[in-house]
Design a binder for this molecule. Structure first.
Ligand SMILES: Nc1ncnc2c1ncn2[C@@H]1O[C@H](COP(=O)(O)OP(=O)(O)O)[C@@H](O)[C@H]1O
Ligand SMILES: [Mg+2]
Length: 256
């Protein structure tokens, strides 16, 4: 059984078909890449999987459960974490507080209904702090744990966002363009982090514009184009596919 699967997902916005009968699977323990030109429907698919939006038709299964009509907090409590295409760290919280905010997955209702008190409700502050620092250490951010998140450079904030998603201890991580706006060095750092996260047992479903990066880390890649699934397969096969070259690669340099 695949960790995540979807069947014939359709989503329309005002007559525009953002997703047209998409069926996809993500196998446990894999890194799956989702690529395609702007407007292809990648972020929309992630919104549907995480429950932020609902498909017009089709089904989504996570760990064998039908999650199609579940609320985002229910889905996340099943073990799905995510980051967004636009950076979402809490700038007026410290770095370590951002990580601790990610630990609330087991708390009913989600972060926003709990405000800042969340991790203390069920576990001691000390224990949560230690766990948060371990994550920051792995991310290379421990030296900045008391800084305000807004004071970190952009690239470090992207890492922090990833750390916060990891603090939920998810089984599946959805990452929407984790490397956007990063320098080449930072991008390599993220790639290494992702490979390590996978070694730690987390399955990853990643949308990323940087072709080089996805090709390097993904086991399998799916290509969306105008809301349709164009090709799916091993990175090498996808790279050589003439349709993909035409629709995507030729219009977007590999490391833009
Ligand atoms: N909330 C929305 N309302 C209207 N149209 C939307 C909305 N979200 C996405 N779309 C449209 O759906 C299509 C896919 O968008 P998106 O999923 O953001 O693409 P990608 O992430 O691949 O760049 C685009 O045509 C976009 O304009
Ligand atoms: Mg997008």
């Amino acid at each position: 059984m695949s960790l995540l699967s979807m069947e014939k997902i359709v989503k329309e916005y005002d007559g525009v078909t953002a997703l047209d009968r998409i069926s996809l699977r993500v196998e446990r323990g894999s890194i799956k890449g989702l690529i395609g030109p702007n407007g292809a429907g990648k972020s929309t698919l992630f919104h549907l999987i995480s429950g932020v939006e609902k498909p017009d038709s089709g089904k989504i299964y996570f760990k064998g459960k039908d999650i199609t009509s579940m609320a985002p907090h229910e889905i996340s409590s099943l073990g799905m974490g995510r980051t967004f295409q636009t950076l979402q760290v809490w700038g007026n919280m410290t770095v370590v507080e951002n990580i601790m905010a990610g630990m609330n997955r087991r708390l009913k209702g989600g972060l926003f209904s709990y405000g800042f008190r969340l991790p203390w409700i069920r576990r001691s502050e000390k224990e949560a702090l230690m766990e948060a620092k371990e994550i920051l250490n792995a991310m290379g951010l421990l030296g900045k744990w008391e800084s305000m998140a807004s004071q970190l450079p952009y690239g470090k904030q992207k890492l922090l966002e990833l750390g916060r998603a990891l603090a939920m201890k998810p089984d599946l991580l959805l990452l929407d363009e984790p490397a956007s706006g990063l320098t080449l060095t930072e991008m390599r750092q993220i790639s290494e982090q992702l490979l390590q996260i996978r070694r730690d047992g987390v399955t990853i479903f990643i949308v990323e514009h940087h072709m080089g990066m996805v090709m390097e880390i993904a086991d399998e890649i799916a290509v969306l184009h105008n809301g349709k699934l164009m090709v799916e397969g091993a990175p090498e096969a996808v790279k050589r596919n003439p349709e993909v070259m035409e629709a995507y690669l030729t219009r977007r340099p590999p490391n833009e």
